[in-house]
Design a protein around this ligand. Structure first.
Ligand code: HEM
Length: 182
């Protein structure tokens, strides 16, 4: 088992994190806007960036399958390792389920997704106003769950670095590497 993440795994982690922060912020901003061509344009940016997250996460999962991540520190109690594994599974689930629920919502509302304005994506379901409302609620609920889990994930990473003083965060942010003291 490798002792570090590959450069690709690190790049994918931060690229996806940045993309999610942008898509999430656009989502919060856009839904309050009054109907206008500007609002429709912002909705399209949100959908394109969201589908990009979906594709990047699929690639990341494939990469993870082919390159196992470094082991957690031996000093970590088993229960903490188990919680960390569950949180990671949920994060992957949400990173796929959120874009999918958005895509399902758009299809059900009768607004097909045209990726970057040039690649028409298939409708996942046919038009159904009631289902569109349900997927909208699901999209919101999944997003709030992601918000909570990302918060926990970040607190855990900071705890590793500043309290346990192990290498967990450094493996994802190699420039934090501590100087060796004599
Ligand atoms: C990682 C990907 C995504 C994230 C983090 C995300 C996040 C959000 C957030 C935070 C909102 C505001 C929720 C609310 O206040 O009700 C929102 C709304 C929305 N999202 Fe996404 N989204 C993602 C992907 C997508 C995708 C792929 C689509 C469609 C293809 C989509 C379609 C929509 C639509 C149509 C709304 C507006 C709902 C309304 O009318 O209020 N989202 N999204």
């Amino acid at each position: 088992m490798s002792q570090t993440y590959t450069k690709t795994a690190i790049s994918l982690h931060w690229l996806i994190a940045l993309n999610i922060a942008i898509v999430f912020s656009i989502g919060v901003y856009m839904h309050e806007l009054p109907l206008s061509p500007h609002k429709l344009q912002i909705y399209s940016y949100h959908k394109w960036a969201g589908i990009t997250v979906f594709l990047l996460v699929l690639f990341r999962l494939m990469w993870r399958y082919l390159h196992s991540p470094p082991p957690l520190p031996e000093t970590m109690p088993i229960w903490e390792k188990e919680i960390s594994e569950v949180v990671h599974y949920f994060l992957y689930f949400l990173m796929l389920a959120i874009p999918l629920s958005g895509w399902l919502m758009s299809s059900a509302a009768g607004f097909p997704v045209v990726l970057f304005g040039i690649i028409p994506l298939p409708d996942l379901i046919s038009k159904d106003k009631e289902l569109a409302g349900l997927f909208k609620q699901l999209h919101f609920f999944l997003n709030m769950s992601l918000f909570l889990l990302v918060f926990l994930h970040s607190v855990a990473a900071l705890k590793h670095h500043f309290i346990a003083k192990d290498n967990v965060l450094i493996q994802m942010l190699p420039f934090l590497k501590r100087e060796k003291t004599l």
